[in-house]
Ligand binder design. Structure first.
Ligand code: NAG
Ligand code: NAG
Ligand code: NAG
Length: 369
């Protein structure tokens, strides 16, 4: 005869979703395979392009864009925080929004106790007959907000950073050996052949001061560079690109801390013009999250490389649809390892919301199922 369940048990049952249903409540729940996962509360209908960062107090923060539809007027940058040691994301709030304009691609960067939030802003596409579903990227500029309270509770108003029309960001800022900021950006104006990538350097740690650009030569069609330093203290950098031609992920290297780059070469990893992010783990392996397919943005996987991104020895699926009909989208990943060596990934969950997954350790990725 089973013992009567305490009251909290029934309260839990009422709150937890059914096995197939998802609760978009920002609560991290343990999965059967040892991860934690949370579906963020979506502020508006369409949600995309998340970015995850860690603050110096070890709180995690995520920003993404949320609005009626990508490219439309008023699409906002929203921001949420997970206090360290807790399982509940705080309610996301709108931090940048402008009528007649559409915001995209937030990039968070915590420097000491200051949190910088970069994002693009472009003229909105107003009509349903506009043949671009992303509005006019030709008009995009990069803006930034700053928070100095250590938690992102209050941000300044957005101010212009990169004024050249067509400027876009997406991936993580790293530091040069001289502690300059290296901000991977790209030019998204014109046709896809005109698009290319540029590494912007800032020695003053002030987003509104001037930036110096270092070209990624021969990066036509290659956008959203994700730059990593495989060996701490060494000037060698590696970059991975998204491919507008829907071919493969491309890779290039720099011997001199980002000043010059090799011609990008095709990796063995497929890429159907979908977002990727790489990051270096404490072990020295590079982790990469991407859609390993020439078809839709499903599945989403994480791979590990032990040779600076030339080959990928381990791969494990993070998300895959059961339908197999390519109607869902698990995309635009952002990843980061925390001080406890857990790996955090955020990504678009079918544009309905943003999902945050905590992988317990690297060994989880090395087990293939
Ligand atoms: C963050 O939380 C972990 C445990 O949950 C704790 O060990 C660590 O000291 C905390 N970090 C800070 C900076 O408070
Ligand atoms: C953070 O601290 C370093 C070292 O003191 C300093 O060089 C840098 O300018 C600081 N960053 C910001 C944004 O103030
Ligand atoms: C890329 O994905 C899109 C949308 O899912 C699809 O229409 C297109 O055929 C794919 N491209 C290739 C090269 O498979």
């Amino acid at each position: 005869m089973p013992r009567a369940q305490p009251l909290w048990f029934f309260m839990m049952v009422a709150v937890l979703p059914a096995t197939t249903g998802k609760s978009f409540d920002g609560l991290l729940r343990r999965t059967t395979d040892g991860r934690y996962e949370a579906y963020m509360k979506p502020p508006y209908k369409s949600n995309h392009a998340s970015f995850i960062e860690r603050l110096s107090n070890e709180d995690m923060v995520i920003a993404w864009f949320s609005g009626s539809k990508e490219g439309e007027s008023n699409v906002a940058i929203v921001f949420a925080r997970l206090p360290n040691g807790t399982l509940q994301w705080m309610n996301p709030r709108t931090v940048s929004q402008r009528p007649g304009y559409s915001n995209q691609n937030p990039v968070l960067f915590a420097d000491n106790n200051t949190l910088f939030l970069f994002h693009t802003q472009q003229k909105a596409s107003f009509t349903s007959t506009c043949n671009s579903d992303v509005g006019s990227e030709d008009s995009a500029q990069v803006w930034a907000l700053v928070s100095t309270d250590g938690k992102g509770e209050k941000f300044t108003k957005p101010k212009l950073v990169l004024s050249k029309a067509g400027s876009f960001d997406r991936n993580r800022i790293i530091r040069s050996l001289k502690n300059e900021w290296l901000f991977p950006t790209y030019f998204a104006g014109g046709s896809s052949k005109d698009q290319h990538s540029i590494l912007m350097e800032n020695a003053k740690h002030d987003p509104y001061s001037s930036w110096v650009g270092h070209a990624f030569p021969k990066s036509d069609y290659l956008v959203q560079p994700s730059v990593v330093r495989p060996v701490p203290g060494k000037p060698n950098l590696v970059v991975f690109f998204r491919d507008r031609r829907a071919g493969n992920i491309y890779r290039a290297t720099s011997p001199d801390d980002g000043k010059t780059w090799t011609t990008p070469t095709k990796t063995t990893l497929p890429n159907n013009n979908s977002g990727i992010e790489a990051n270096v783990l404490k072990s020295g392996r590079i982790a990469l999250v991407y859609n390993p397919t020439h078809h839709a943005r499903d599945p989403l996987v994480i791979s590990l490389s032990e040779d600076q991104g030339k080959s990928w020895k381990y791969t494990r699926t993070l998300e895959t649809s059961s339908s197999g009909k390519n109607v869902v989208e698990y995309s635009y990943p952002s990843l980061l390892q925390d001080t406890m060596a857990r790996i955090h990934v955020s990504y678009t969950y079918n544009r309905e919301t943003v999902k945050h997954v905590i992988i317990p350790n690297e060994q989880w990725i090395m087990k293939t199922y």
